[in-house]
Write a protein that binds this ligand. Sequence first.
Ligand SMILES: Nc1ncnc2c1ncn2[C@@H]1O[C@H](COP(=O)(O)OP(=O)(O)O)[C@@H](O)[C@H]1O
Ligand SMILES: [Mg+2]
Length: 336
Amino acid sequence: MSASSPLLEISHVSKAYALDHSLSDMLARKPRARLQALRNVSLTIKPGEILGVVGESGCGKSTLGRCIVGLDKPDQGSFAWQGGGFDADRHARARQIQMVFQDPYASLNPRMTLGAMLDEVLKVHGMTADAAARSRRIDELLLMVGLTPALRERLPHAISGGQRQRISIARALAVEPRLLIADEPVSALDASVQAQIINLLADLRAKLGIAILFIAHDLNVVRHISDRIAVMYLGEIVEIAETESLFAEPRHPYTRGLLAAIPMPDPRIRTQAPGIEGEVPDPLAPPAGCGFSTRCPFVLPACRAEHPELIPEGSEHTVRCLNAAASTEFDFTHRT
Ligand SMILES: Nc1ncnc2c1ncn2[C@@H]1O[C@H](COP(=O)(O)OP(=O)(O)O)[C@@H](O)[C@H]1O
Ligand SMILES: [Mg+2]
C-alpha cells in the first residue's frame, strides 16, 4: 500500500431496515415497511486522516459507522480495506477498526474496574503475552488518554463523563486500531469537556497516525479537527470537501443553511434566522427527486423529478445539487 492510497474505501453502500410489523399490518398481510437509512454512500478515508461526518439526527450517520465496523450489514455496496478485499481481511479488520460511542456508560461494564476492563480487552485480542506486560500496557494506555494509572481500581460510575469517554477511547486504542469510528463522542458532554476530548483525539491522530471518522450533528464540533467533512442528508452524502473549502465555499443549500445556523461569537452579528426551514421528510416516504427539494430555497422543477448525482467541483470538493451555483449567491444569514 502506498502512502497515498486509501485506508478504507467504501463504494455505493446502501442499507434499509425492515420495520417491525403491527398486528393489524400482519393481519392485513401488508409487507413490512423498509426504511432506507443509507443510500449509495461512497467515500474514502486516507491513513491518518480525520474525516468529519455531519447531518441532522436520523440522516444515517450511525448506520454508516455501524456498517463500517460490521455491527450492521449493508444491503449493497463494497468495502476495500488497505487496498485489499474487506472479507478476506475480516480478522485483521475487526481489530483494526474500532468504534467509540456517544454514551460510554452504556458500553462499559458497571461491575468491572477500569483496569480489569482494559486487561480483558488485551487478553481477548491476544495483544500482550503475560500479566506483567499487560499491566504495564494498561498504565501506558491510561496515560495516553490523559488519565492517571491510579484510576485502574475505579468502577465506571466513580469517574466523570469525560473520564469515561477517555476510558472508552483507551479501550479502543488497546488493540492498536488504524481507524477509529467516533460516533458523536462528545455530544453528551459539557462544552469544556467536549473541547478536551476533541483535542485528545487530535493529539492521538498526531501521535499514533490513526485515522478517525468523526461523527457529529454539529458542524462546529468537527470543524477544528477534520481534514475533510462529509455532509449527510436523508441517508446520503450531499457534499464532501476539505474543511477549509467547505467553510469558505459551501455549495449545497443544506450545507449553507447549517453554516448559517452556527451562532457567531460576536452577538451583534448573530444570524437573524435559522438557515433551514421546515422538517426533514419522513424517511419512509422520501421525496422523488432531490432529498432536500422539500426545504430548498433554490428548488427547480427538475429537482423534484431527478435525483442529482455527486458532481465534482474541484478535485476534493463534490456536491449533490442541480442548482449549486444559485445557492452560492444567496445570503442565508439574512433570511427573515
Ligand atoms: N435498528 C433500526 N431499525 C429501524 N430503523 C432504524 C434502525 N436504526 C436506525 N434506524 C433509522 O434509520 C435512520 C438513520 O438512523 P441513524 O443512522 O441512527 O441516524 P443518525 O445517527 O444520523 O441519527 C433513522 O430514520 C432511524 O430511525
Ligand atoms: Mg447517531
